[in-house]
Design a protein around this ligand. Structure first.
Ligand code: ZN
Length: 552
């Protein structure tokens, strides 16, 4: 008898109902399946970290015992935000290299390089990231001579903010075996130490590989930064095999807190005979797709356009693949069970990728969720082709605010109708997923939400918004950053909204984003971040995050 009673108590103690946790008294906001804003007041979580029930009431009456109750103190609670397109290890690495984001001139770049070189006398190679000559007074690209003047004795390679060009000093070119006789490869360009698009590989191949310990450190630094800005899931783009191994190590060690939907670089995946995986480590990691490229970027005039560049009429940018080649690459990825995510910026590149996916949709079906990454400049005539082929537009709102003036120059006034055309994409019936392309932009999603609703930068420019007809409602923008990004990664049954059976991934923020102006929305601070029902980040009382902080 006594034994039976003990067994019963033991069984009751082990029952999940006894370890339920409640977060109550919150101003909960999320997007429902109907695409509208749904408000709620408290969330009951199961012991396994999933949502048990969402209540309208702030102080709900729950018939069973709740082990832990957290008072949300009326703060605003949102589902964890999902960045559909980011570069996770690169984000961490920006904290382990020369920081050049926001440099104001070549002289400023040289000063940061000088400081870094002095502080890191033992680095055999000096790697830097983030310069953008568009922000400099003379808009001149940096040269090998500019770097030689500061560091003549060690190789230096500095990457442009969009990742589509690097500048190398003479020591780096010597180490890479590049001479004045070296010709530009197809789809690339060499100019006074500047290596654009496909020419990059000439330098990149000489840079010493990252060690596993450096990868682990980069992943840890990236995760810390993402959680601090409320990002709990990422479409991890261009994931290398080394990145993937680091992610698996973190998963096995139980230190993977951001859920990663990995898109492996296509060439690397083929070399490593990689296949897609299911969810691993409690839905923290999954190899879901392959990343392909159709063209370069607009800033370096690598984006492939249907008509010549307005500010350089002798070029239409860089076409990476013939139509047949692109189809063959995407078909190979799809036949191995991978989702296909293809970078396309220019209108010609986007048209090519759409045609590719239309063909593959007939072969594999719309359910493959073909992704176009960026979909930045589209011919308006091509946008209605997305939805019928089941193509997802994976876009980055802060690219619009960062690129606006540059895009006007590159494209001229008559080719902007399909540029960063979020509302037109939604109206066409296509799915939209939002992200930042960090570390190209800050991983902070709130500037993106603000740009999405305003088409204005953090200074409120331009007044009324740039092509204001493409503004989204806050509900549309939040949906693209939660449900839309989850759908784009085949994860909508697990994340993107707080519903019974989905993970209790959520954030507490310091303001109600539905009740503030765009500038205030831009500056939203994340107070706490929870993943799988556990608090994994809490802001200290004094700390604030600058909306443009990129991991200094
Ligand atoms: Zn990217």
């Amino acid at each position: 008898m006594r034994k039976t009673a003990l067994a019963l108590i033991a069984a009751l103690l082990a029952s999940p109902a006894f370890a339920d946790r409640l977060i109550e008294n919150v101003n909960g906001i999320q997007i429902g399946a109907d695409g509208r804003i749904h408000r709620f007041g408290s969330v009951l979580m199961r012991e396994d970290g999933k949502v048990k029930q969402v209540f309208t009431a702030r102080i709900p009456r729950i018939p069973t015992y709740v082990e832990t109750t957290v008072d949300g103190q009326g703060k605003t609670l949102l589902p964890g935000l999902i960045d559909a397109h980011g570069h996770v290890l690169d984000l961490g690495m920006t904290q382990m290299t020369v920081q050049l984001v926001g440099t104001s001139s070549v002289a400023d770049l040289q000063q940061r390089l000088r400081d870094y070189a002095a502080a890191h006398p033992n680095d055999a190679w000096i790697i830097g990231f983030g310069w953008n000559q568009e922000l400099w007074p003379d808009k001149r690209f940096p040269t090998a001579a500019d770097l030689d003047a500061v560091v003549p004795d060690r190789p230096v390679v500095l990457e442009r903010v969009d990742g589509h060009a690097v500048v190398a000093n003479s020591a780096a070119m010597k180490a890479a075996g590049v001479t004045p006789q070296t010709g530009s490869p197809a789809g690339g360009r060499i100019e006074n130490g500047l290596f654009v698009d496909n020419a990059r590989s000439l330098i990149d191949k000489a840079i010493p590989e990252r060690t596993p310990a450096q990868s682990d450190e980069a992943l840890a630094k990236a995760q810390a930064q993402l959680l601090a800005v409320g990002v709990t899931g990422v479409g991890s783009m261009s994931t290398s095999i080394e990145d993937w191994e680091a992610m698996k190590r973190a998963g096995a060690a139980g230190t993977l807190n951001v859920r990663l939907m990995a898109y492996i670089g296509a060439a690397q995946a083929a070399e490593a005979h990689m296949k897609p995986t299911g969810w691993l480590y409690g839905d923290r990691l999954r190899a879901v797709g392959l990343k392909l490229f159709a063209d370069g970027a607009l800033g370096s005039r690598g984006a492939w356009l249907k008509q010549p560049y307005s500010d350089k009429p002798d070029t239409r940018g860089l076409q990476f693949h013939s139509d047949a080649e692109m189809l063959q690459l995407a078909d190979a990825a799809a036949s191995n069970g991978f989702q296909v995510a293809t970078h396309a910026i220019g209108d010609a590149a986007n048209a090519q990728v759409i045609s590719t996916y239309e063909t593959l949709s007939k072969k594999y079906g719309r359910g493959r969720r073909w992704r176009i990454e960026h979909f930045q400049i589209a011919d308006p005539a091509d946008i209605p082709r997305l939805a019928p082929a089941g193509i997802i537009a994976s876009m980055q709102p802060t690219h619009q605010t960062s690129d606006r003036l540059m895009a006007e120059k590159r494209l001229g006034p008559n080719r902007l109708a399909g540029a960063y055309a979020w509302q037109t994409v939604l109206k066409s019936g296509a799915r939209l997923a939002f992200g930042t392309d960090f570390p190209v932009e800050s991983p902070n999603p709130f500037p993106g939400l603000s740009a999405a609703v305003s088409r204005q930068d953090m200074k409120g420019q331009p007044p009324g918004g740039w092509i204001p007809s493409e503004r989204l409602t806050f509900a549309q923008a939040l949906s693209a950053y939660t449900r839309g990004a989850a759908y784009a990664g085949f994860a909508e049954d697990k994340i993107g909204s707080l519903e019974p059976g989905k993970w209790a991934d959520f954030i507490l923020v310091d303001r109600d984003p539905t009740k503030v102006d765009p500038i205030s929305l831009w500056n939203t601070q994340v107070l706490e971040t929870w993943v799988g029902g556990k608090r994994v980040f809490q802001r200290s009382a004094s700390a604030t995050v600058s909306p443009t902080e990129r991991g200094r």
